[in-house]
Structure formats: structure tokens, C-alpha cells
Design a protein around this ligand. Structure first.
Ligand code: NAD
Ligand code: ZN
Length: 245
């Protein structure tokens, strides 16, 4: 790992336009379990039963009780950790321009990053299914399930459920960012959820270096990424920052 950390520090120092693609893995050390993989939420519940838009529309009480309530409480308590802070620092130093994240936890913004494309939306905002009013998470009272707007409509988080479209402007901006970068950091994503997993392919085809940080190999490893640094996001990113000139 040490050699690759030194190599990544050099590659980052030499890059002018860095873009990061992050997945649930970057927030594991903040106490938020991923969906897939070890300890993932999917080991306990079936995604199609709870995270599909049809499931939510058919039985919002069930989906609020089993998935959304706990997720909201968990995300309200979570704090950014070293990996988020290092990305904040890389933006301050000028090279990191954009983060494309599949996460819905808002931790990149809390670590100081200002250009964050939330590919799958966010739990920070909610919309009423009836009147379409939007409110912040703090305005949602979950003592009664499902939480309801003053008009009687049920609140939904502004996340992209399975079966829903990625907002086209997010897709468009992400493709542009992937095209423009000269280095893409791919941190904590299993690279199996499309179209997010395609962004490193676009970056590579546009001539960028692609560096992965993950405790496990992914479908990008050995083909799309130049190299994989095996390890936890917090430890690896801190070591890279410390090794930078
Ligand atoms: P994913 O497909 O991005 O997979 C998680 C990846 O993280 C795996 O490759 C795993 O090896 C890696 N990982 C585990 N621990 C790590 C660590 N400490 N450091 C670095 N990498 C680590 O994510 P998923 O769980 O399959 O979720 C898919 C979608 O679900 C996300 O794209 C998001 O929309 C949503 N989700 C969001 C959050 C969040 O906001 N934090 C959490 C769970 C799920
Ligand atoms: Zn309403």
C-alpha cells in the first residue's frame, strides 16, 4: 500500500483538474452502513421490497417504518470523517473541482466541498407527495409514521428510488466533469450501480488517470483504473494527503 500511496500523492500533486466519484463506502467510517457488501443493509432487507419507488407509493407506511425512519435518524447523527475532510482540503488547495457522489448523506458539503453533484439525491430535503412543497430534514416530524405535510400529503425524501430517473442535469454535469478531469479518484464505490459506474470509464477514455480506494477490488480494477489502493477510505486518504509535497 505504501508505494501506491506515494504514487497517488505524486499523481495528485501533478494533476490540475481532479474529480472524485464517491459511494457508500466513503461514509462507512462515519457509521453509515453501505447497502451492498459486508454488513450492508441489503443483507437484511430486499431492496426491491423497500427501495423501489413502486414499493414506496404502494405502501409508504411500510417503507417509512423499515427503511426511511432509521436512515433519517442515522444520517442526522453522522459526522464527516478523515476521508471527507481530505477531499475538503484538496478543494481548498485548488486541484479538486467536483465531487460526484452516490451518497445521500450530505457529508461532503459538511466537510467543505462546494461543488457536489448528488447523483442519487439527498436526505437533507423532503417533498410532499400531494402539494409538492419542499422542506429541510429538520422540518420533518417522524413521531408519527408516515410523516405528513400540513396539507395531509405524505413526505418523501428527495432521493432517487430504484425505478426513478437520475435527474438529467446531474447526469449531464457528471458526464461533463468526467470528461474534463485529468485525474479521477474513485472512493468507496462497488462500481456496479449504473450510470454512476460509467463515469470512470468516461474519464479514462478522455485521457484521465483513474485511482481507486476500496478495501476490495471492483469491476473497474485492472481494466479501467490505473491502480487500486486497498484499504479504508479514511486511512488511505489521510496517508495520501500526508505524503503530498
Ligand atoms: P456501493 O455500491 O458504492 O458499495 C459500497 C463499496 O464501499 C464497496 O465496494 C465496499 O467494498 C466499499 N467499502 C466498504 N467499506 C469501505 C471503507 N471503509 N472505505 C472505502 N470503501 C469501503 O454502495 P452501496 O452500499 O451498494 O449503495 C448504493 C447506493 O445506495 C448508493 O449509491 C446510494 O445511493 C445509496 N446509499 C447511500 C448511503 C450514504 O449516503 N452514505 C449509504 C448506503 C446506501
Ligand atoms: Zn403538502
Amino acid at each position: 500500500m505504501d508505494n501506491l500511496v506515494t504514487r497517488a500523492a505524486k499523481d495528485l500533486a501533478a494533476a490540475n483538474h481532479v474529480v472524485a466519484l464517491t459511494g457508500a463506502g466513503i461514509s462507512v467510517e462515519s457509521g453509515i452502513p453501505p447497502f451492498r457488501g459486508k454488513g450492508g443493509v441489503w443483507e437484511k432487507i430486499d431492496p426491491m421490497e423497500y427501495a423501489h419507488i413502486d414499493a414506496f407509493m404502494n405502501d409508504p407506511v411500510k417503507v417509512w417504518n423499515v427503511l426511511l425512519k432509521d436512515m433519517k435518524l442515522l444520517l442526522e447523527e453522522a459526522e464527516p470523517h478523515a476521508a471527507h475532510m481530505v477531499l475538503g482540503e484538496l478543494e481548498k488547495r485548488g486541484s479538486l473541482k467536483t465531487i460526484i457522489t452516490q451518497n445521500v448523506d450530505g457529508l461532503h458539503q459538511r466537510a467543505g466541498n462546494t461543488d457536489v453533484i448528488e447523483f442519487h439525491g439527498t436526505f437533507a430535503q423532503y417533498k410532499c407527495l400531494a402539494c409538492e412543497q419542499q422542506v429541510d430534514s429538520a422540518g420533518i416530524d417522524i413521531r408519527e409514521i408516515p410523516p405528513r405535510c400540513a396539507c395531509g400529503g405524505i413526505w418523501r425524501p428527495e432521493v432517487v428510488f430504484f425505478g426513478e430517473m437520475i435527474p438529467p442535469q446531474h447526469l449531464w454535469r457528471s458526464k461533463l466533469a468526467a470528461t474534463e478531469c485529468d485525474l479521477m479518484l474513485v472512493i468507496g464505490t462497488s462500481a456496479v450501480v449504473q450510470p454512476a459506474a460509467f463515469m470512470p470509464v468516461i474519464a479514462k477514455e478522455s485521457g484521465a488517470k483513474v485511482i481507486e480506494v476500496n478495501p476490495e477490488p471492483t469491476p473497474l480494477t485492472g481494466s479501467i483504473s490505473n491502480y487500486l489502493i486497498l484499504g479504508k477510505a479514511g486511512e488511505v486518504m489521510q496517508a495520501i494527503l500526508d505524503a503530498m509535497p
